[in-house]
Design a protein around this ligand. Structure first.
Ligand code: ADE
Ligand code: ZN
Length: 325
């Protein structure tokens, strides 16, 4: 398959995409001992999803200024562009960027937007930000996060999401935040159906009225729900390599993405937290091509689905679709 096949990614956690070398460098400069989060080869080390969340937050602890986030944004976009990604959306968390203080958050957004504009000029990749509440931090903090999102909506910030430990709380606990984000004009997505079952997907759709679901793959355990998702045109941000790396499925071949696609669900392909899971968009495409015998036409079809579902303005969408034509 052509390495230059243009790719559109909808589900990428900015801190989760941080190259380990960058985090190690920041830790050294700031005299923070992060040796416990790396393996012998210098990659991130974790036992399971819940340990992963802890390692993620430890790595993020050395990203403490807007300049750090500008450097991170540049590094991540260079890596994505090298995989052929032409448009990407990143989950950004005011929890990590200024502690949900709106004024501090504005400075972080400005730094990331500037780095993204430079990467667009230099590498031909477009980035939009999806402000994301962290579920296990609780609904109160999510409200402050939604306020940060609403205050910075427009241009670079175009979406609102929910990530973190799906087993903590219920989607309805976050309805107030999603209502505020919707009224501000932000596109909506929530993680569900990754560690919790099909009911978590049903609840997120009913209580948060999201257009997209992060993962959502465990919907496959309830075929009536699969039909509802297909009928409603809700888009799944599927991250097969992440699911395999975290042990949700034993292999790409055992992953339900192809089955969901055959059943009429709008599926897309993303990496989630690429260095944590030893993946890139190019690796995802190669593994999917091998597992399901997918060809370029199939990948372009999924990329068009992603472009149609992107939280961006009409002009940006038209530009992406032109590159996919
Ligand atoms: N944060 C970073 N990656 C995540 C994932 N796969 N699920 C939930 N929260 C996350
Ligand atoms: Zn995710």
């Amino acid at each position: 398959m052509s390495a230059e096949l243009p790719k559109v990614e909808l589900h990428l956690h900015l801190e989760g995409a941080a190259p380990p070398a960058l985090i190690r460098d920041l830790a050294r400069r700031k005299h923070v001992d992060l040796s416990g989060i790396f393996d012998a080869r210098g990659g991130y080390a974790f036992r399971d999803f819940w340990h992963f969340l802890g390692v993620y937050e430890a790595a993020t602890s050395v990203l403490t200024t807007p300049e750090d986030y500008a450097r991170l944004t540049r590094a991540v976009l260079e890596e994505s562009a090298a995989s052929g990604v032409i448009y990407t959306e990143a989950f950004l968390s005011p929890d990590f960027c200024g502690g949900r203080d709106v004024s501090a958050w504005r400075d972080y957004v400005a730094a990331m937007a500037e780095a993204a504009a430079a990467a667009q000029r230099d590498c031909g990749i477009t980035l939009r930000g999806v402000v994301t509440a962290i579920r296990h931090f609780g609904p109160e903090k999510a409200r402050e996060t939604a306020q940060c999102a609403a205050e910075t909506m427009g241009g670079f910030i175009t979406g609102f999401g929910l990530a973190g430990d799906e087993r903590k709380g219920e989607p309805k606990d976050f309805a107030w935040s999603f209502d505020l984000a919707r009224e501000a004009g932000l596109g909506l997505t929530a993680h569900a159906g990754e560690w919790a079952g099909p009911d978590s997907v049903r609840d997120a759709i009913r209580d948060l009225a999201v257009a997209r679901i992060g993962h959502g793959v465990r919907a496959i355990e309830d075929l009536a729900l699969v039909d509802e998702i297909a009928e409603a045109g809700i888009v799944l941000e599927v991250c097969p390599g992440s699911n395999v790396a975290l042990g949700l499925y034993p292999s790409f071949r055992a992953h339900p993405i192809a089955d969901l696609d055959r059943r009429g669900v709008k599926v897309t392909v993303s990496t989630d937290d690429p260095p944590f899971f030893h993946t890139t968009m190019r690796c995802e495409y190669e593994a999917l091509a091998e597992a399901f015998d997918w060809d370029e036409g199939q990948f372009l079809r999924l990329a068009r689905t992603a472009a149609d579902a992107a939280f961006c303005d009409a002009e940006t969408r038209a530009e992406i679709l032109k590159k996919l034509a």
